[in-house]
Design a protein around this ligand. Structure first.
Ligand code: SOE
Length: 380
């Protein structure tokens, strides 16, 4: 078995989700590579030290440049805020490291293009963590669509609703709240939440040709944690957009952090000529399926409990009927990345695949400004 020595950059929510995946993957999947938890990197020595101890990293770095200079690191995982993805990824590629990067790839398409160029010129394996693709029910949706069970697709409808920023006293910036700081995050719900919906949509239904969007910033000013001053809020708190896919289907996408009562309600529904499917993150192991080809008297929405041995990924886990959860989507992502290394067929989304999501986000934010339909830049 080959070893793959991991250097993790960042120790927040995603640092934990990814570390958990790297630790578990070898217990459940048959792989050619064994992950070695080699180093954790973060600016706060005490915090990153405690993180490294908890998750089993052998060493600690407080400067990512030092981590990249080390010869005992093969794979770098970027779990730091969006504004440093570009710089770290380009340097990691130049240092010949494999690179995994938390979503969104970058703050915008321009940054994303530089990242794609860097990993492709260096020829290093790369991947972006759009984890929801790898929830078994979502992967099953992909299989059903690819098998032609839905036929021609007419409609795609997606939402990602949260409610954690309604309080106007919530500050922006700094640890945990950089998502509210446009300079760091790039955008608000568009890059943070709709990016997930867009990634899944591109994967399930192909490219998006054009969009027409509206955004709103409900709380215009917030105290900034780093400067201590009340500053203008630059992110979109809510965004809704219409889209036309290249296959002719019509779509609506909506995301907000102001939907009181919803914590992380990601849902999508797809209506095709023969069948429809629907999925809901709050009930993530179920896929709703309606098949018009069923005998008329028995026709109806069926709720498939995606936990059987022949469902995607499920044969690797417990016994039929026992559900898995959110964290497993990350384990699946590592398993697929390693499978991609072993077979030389890179697992998706690579940086280049994820750049397409970035282009859609750019068009959405542009349309919200121009109040016009905007074309999505085509991925080369
Ligand atoms: C924001 O609250 C957030 O944590 C996103 O950043 C994640 O990508 C999403 O999966 C859950 O919500």
């Amino acid at each position: 078995m080959k070893t793959l020595r991991l250097g993790m950059i960042g120790y927040g929510f995603m640092g934990r989700a990814h570390s958990n995946a790297f630790r578990k993957v070898g217990n459940f999947f048959d792989l050619d590579h064994q992950i070695v938890m080699q180093a954790a990197c973060g600016r706060d020595a005490a915090k990153v030290g405690a993180f490294a101890q908890r998750w089993g990293y052998a060493t600690v770095e407080t400067d990512w440049r030092k981590l990249l200079a080390r010869e005992d690191i093969d794979l770098v995982d970027i779990c730091a805020p969006n504004d440093v993805h570009l710089e770290i990824a380009v340097a990691a590629a130049k240092a010949g490291k494999m690179v995994m990067c938390e979503k969104p790839l970058a703050r915008d398409g321009r940054e994303g293009e530089k990242m794609v160029k860097a990993v492709e010129q260096a020829g290093v394996p790369n991947m972006v963590w759009y984890n929801y693709r790898r929830i078994p029910a979502v992967t099953l949706a992909k299989q059903l669509i690819d098998q032609g069970k839905l036929g021609r697709i007419f409609h795609y409808r997606a939402k990602f609703l949260q409610d954690w920023t309604i309080n106007p006293e919530l500050p922006q910036g700094g640890a945990g709240l950089w998502r509210l700081d446009a300079k760091v995050a790039g955008s608000g719900v568009t890059g943070d939440l709709l990016a997930h919906c867009i990634d899944t949509a591109l994967w399930l239904n192909g490219s998006i040709a054009k969009v027409n969007a509206m955004t709103e910033t409900f709380v215009k000013e917030r105290k900034h944690n780093l400067t201590g001053k009340v500053e203008k809020v630059g992110i979109d708190d809510a965004c809704a957009f219409l889209a036309r896919f290249s296959n002719g289907s019509l779509a609506t996408f909506e995301s907000t952090r102001y939907a009181r009562g919803h914590k992380a309600l990601y849902t999508f529904e797809i209506n095709g000529e023969h069948a429809s499917i629907a999925w809901d993150l709050h009930d993530l192991h179920r896929l709703q399926f309606f098949d018009h080809k069923d005998e008329g008297r028995l026709r109806g929405w069926r709720s498939i409990h995606v936990t059987d041995g022949d469902h995607p990924y499920m044969g690797k886990w417990w016994v039929p009927g026992l559900a898995i959860g959110y964290e497993h989507s990350f384990v699946h992502q590592v398993a697929d990345f390693l499978e991609g290394l072993a077979t030389d067929k890179p697992a998706s989304p690579t940086f280049r695949d994820a750049l397409e999501t970035q282009y859609v986000c750019d068009a959405v934010l542009k349309s919200a400004k121009t109040a016009k339909w905007e074309k999505v830049k085509a991925l080369k």
